[in-house]
Design a protein around this ligand. Structure first.
Ligand code: SF4
Length: 165
Protein backbone atom coordinates (compact mmCIF):
# COMPACT_ATOMS: atom_id res chain seq x y z
CA UNK A 1 0.00 0.00 0.00
CA UNK A 2 1.37 3.38 -0.91
CA UNK A 3 1.97 6.01 1.73
CA UNK A 4 -0.75 8.19 0.20
CA UNK A 5 -3.29 5.37 0.31
CA UNK A 6 -2.43 4.58 3.90
CA UNK A 7 -2.98 8.21 4.81
CA UNK A 8 -6.43 8.27 3.22
CA UNK A 9 -7.69 5.05 4.75
CA UNK A 10 -6.44 5.84 8.23
CA UNK A 11 -7.84 9.36 8.16
CA UNK A 12 -11.25 7.94 7.35
CA UNK A 13 -11.42 5.71 10.37
CA UNK A 14 -11.99 6.92 13.92
CA UNK A 15 -11.44 3.31 15.01
CA UNK A 16 -7.88 3.53 13.70
CA UNK A 17 -7.47 6.84 15.53
CA UNK A 18 -8.48 5.19 18.81
CA UNK A 19 -6.06 2.33 18.18
CA UNK A 20 -3.31 4.80 17.34
CA UNK A 21 -3.97 6.81 20.47
CA UNK A 22 -3.92 3.68 22.62
CA UNK A 23 -0.53 2.73 21.19
CA UNK A 24 0.75 6.29 21.66
CA UNK A 25 -0.34 6.34 25.29
CA UNK A 26 1.32 2.98 25.82
CA UNK A 27 4.59 4.32 24.36
CA UNK A 28 4.41 7.42 26.58
CA UNK A 29 3.68 5.33 29.67
CA UNK A 30 6.69 3.12 28.95
CA UNK A 31 8.88 6.18 28.37
CA UNK A 32 7.73 7.93 31.54
CA UNK A 33 8.40 4.79 33.57
CA UNK A 34 11.89 4.51 32.10
CA UNK A 35 12.71 8.17 32.67
CA UNK A 36 11.50 7.86 36.26
CA UNK A 37 14.29 5.35 36.80
CA UNK A 38 16.98 7.79 35.63
CA UNK A 39 18.57 10.56 37.63
CA UNK A 40 17.01 13.73 36.33
CA UNK A 41 16.28 16.94 38.17
CA UNK A 42 14.03 19.23 36.13
CA UNK A 43 13.70 22.64 37.78
CA UNK A 44 11.02 23.73 35.27
CA UNK A 45 13.16 26.56 34.00
CA UNK A 46 11.37 26.10 30.65
CA UNK A 47 14.51 26.87 28.68
CA UNK A 48 13.80 23.79 26.55
CA UNK A 49 10.36 25.24 25.69
CA UNK A 50 11.89 28.51 24.48
CA UNK A 51 13.00 27.54 21.03
CA UNK A 52 14.51 30.91 20.25
CA UNK A 53 17.06 30.30 23.03
CA UNK A 54 17.95 26.72 22.23
CA UNK A 55 17.60 26.95 18.45
CA UNK A 56 15.93 23.52 18.60
CA UNK A 57 12.38 22.22 18.33
CA UNK A 58 11.07 18.89 19.59
CA UNK A 59 10.18 16.62 16.68
CA UNK A 60 6.57 15.49 16.60
CA UNK A 61 4.79 12.80 14.57
CA UNK A 62 1.33 13.06 13.09
CA UNK A 63 -0.34 10.95 15.80
CA UNK A 64 1.42 12.98 18.47
CA UNK A 65 0.24 16.27 16.96
CA UNK A 66 -3.32 14.94 16.96
CA UNK A 67 -2.96 13.95 20.61
CA UNK A 68 -1.47 17.34 21.51
CA UNK A 69 -4.43 19.07 19.91
CA UNK A 70 -6.72 16.89 21.98
CA UNK A 71 -4.93 18.38 24.97
CA UNK A 72 -5.45 21.87 23.59
CA UNK A 73 -9.21 21.24 23.28
CA UNK A 74 -9.25 19.71 26.78
CA UNK A 75 -7.74 22.94 28.11
CA UNK A 76 -10.67 24.85 26.65
CA UNK A 77 -8.89 26.44 23.70
CA UNK A 78 -10.10 26.07 20.15
CA UNK A 79 -6.84 26.88 18.41
CA UNK A 80 -3.12 27.32 18.99
CA UNK A 81 -1.61 30.74 18.45
CA UNK A 82 2.00 31.23 17.46
CA UNK A 83 3.89 33.21 20.08
CA UNK A 84 5.70 36.33 18.96
CA UNK A 85 8.66 35.53 21.23
CA UNK A 86 9.33 32.26 19.39
CA UNK A 87 8.62 30.07 22.42
CA UNK A 88 6.51 26.94 22.15
CA UNK A 89 2.91 27.96 21.42
CA UNK A 90 1.81 25.61 24.20
CA UNK A 91 3.89 27.29 26.89
CA UNK A 92 1.71 29.30 29.27
CA UNK A 93 2.65 32.73 30.55
CA UNK A 94 3.24 31.24 33.99
CA UNK A 95 5.99 29.06 32.49
CA UNK A 96 4.03 25.82 32.58
CA UNK A 97 3.13 23.51 29.73
CA UNK A 98 -0.56 23.92 28.90
CA UNK A 99 -0.83 20.32 27.65
CA UNK A 100 1.56 18.62 30.05
CA UNK A 101 -0.26 15.25 30.09
CA UNK A 102 -0.43 15.35 26.27
CA UNK A 103 3.13 16.54 25.59
CA UNK A 104 5.06 14.66 22.91
CA UNK A 105 7.83 12.11 23.16
CA UNK A 106 10.53 14.72 22.50
CA UNK A 107 9.42 16.79 25.49
CA UNK A 108 9.25 13.71 27.73
CA UNK A 109 12.77 12.60 26.87
CA UNK A 110 14.53 15.96 26.63
CA UNK A 111 16.15 17.46 29.70
CA UNK A 112 18.49 20.43 29.64
CA UNK A 113 22.10 19.91 30.69
CA UNK A 114 21.36 21.35 34.15
CA UNK A 115 18.62 18.76 34.65
CA UNK A 116 20.80 15.84 33.61
CA UNK A 117 20.69 16.01 29.83
CA UNK A 118 18.67 14.24 27.18
CA UNK A 119 17.77 10.61 27.71
CA UNK A 120 20.30 8.55 25.75
CA UNK A 121 18.92 7.12 22.52
CA UNK A 122 20.05 3.62 23.47
CA UNK A 123 17.72 3.78 26.51
CA UNK A 124 14.66 4.40 24.37
CA UNK A 125 15.53 3.03 20.90
CA UNK A 126 12.74 0.44 21.06
CA UNK A 127 10.19 3.14 21.91
CA UNK A 128 11.41 5.33 19.05
CA UNK A 129 10.92 2.32 16.77
CA UNK A 130 7.35 1.89 18.02
CA UNK A 131 6.70 5.59 17.45
CA UNK A 132 8.10 5.34 13.92
CA UNK A 133 5.99 2.24 13.21
CA UNK A 134 2.88 4.04 14.46
CA UNK A 135 3.64 7.03 12.26
CA UNK A 136 3.95 4.77 9.21
CA UNK A 137 0.75 2.94 10.10
CA UNK A 138 -1.06 6.26 10.40
CA UNK A 139 0.24 7.50 7.06
CA UNK A 140 2.48 10.12 8.60
CA UNK A 141 5.48 11.43 6.70
CA UNK A 142 7.92 11.43 9.57
CA UNK A 143 8.34 13.80 12.46
CA UNK A 144 8.20 17.55 11.97
CA UNK A 145 9.22 20.42 14.19
CA UNK A 146 6.64 21.02 16.91
CA UNK A 147 5.19 24.26 15.46
CA UNK A 148 4.91 22.71 11.98
CA UNK A 149 3.37 19.49 13.30
CA UNK A 150 0.79 21.38 15.36
CA UNK A 151 -0.10 23.61 12.40
CA UNK A 152 -0.48 20.52 10.17
CA UNK A 153 -2.62 18.87 12.85
CA UNK A 154 -4.87 21.95 12.97
CA UNK A 155 -5.30 21.82 9.18
CA UNK A 156 -6.13 18.11 9.36
CA UNK A 157 -8.70 18.69 12.10
CA UNK A 158 -10.30 21.53 10.13
CA UNK A 159 -10.63 19.44 6.97
CA UNK A 160 -12.07 16.56 9.00
CA UNK A 161 -14.70 18.82 10.52
CA UNK A 162 -15.63 20.11 7.06
CA UNK A 163 -15.84 16.58 5.68
CA UNK A 164 -17.98 15.39 8.62
CA UNK A 165 -20.53 18.20 8.27
S1 SF4 B 1 4.71 20.98 24.45
FE1 SF4 B 1 4.91 21.68 26.58
S2 SF4 B 1 6.79 20.71 27.35
FE2 SF4 B 1 6.85 20.61 25.09
S3 SF4 B 1 7.98 22.43 24.42
FE3 SF4 B 1 5.79 22.95 24.42
S4 SF4 B 1 5.39 23.88 26.44
FE4 SF4 B 1 7.36 22.77 26.56
Amino acid sequence: MSRQKRRSSSAASSHDDADGEAELRSIYAALDARVAGLERNCQARTRCCRFQITGEHPLVTRAEARYMLKGVRASGRRAVSIRSDGACPLLKDDGRCSIYAFRPFGCRSHFCAAAGGMVARREIADLIQRLTALDEKEGGDGPRSLPEAVAAGEREATSRRRRDR
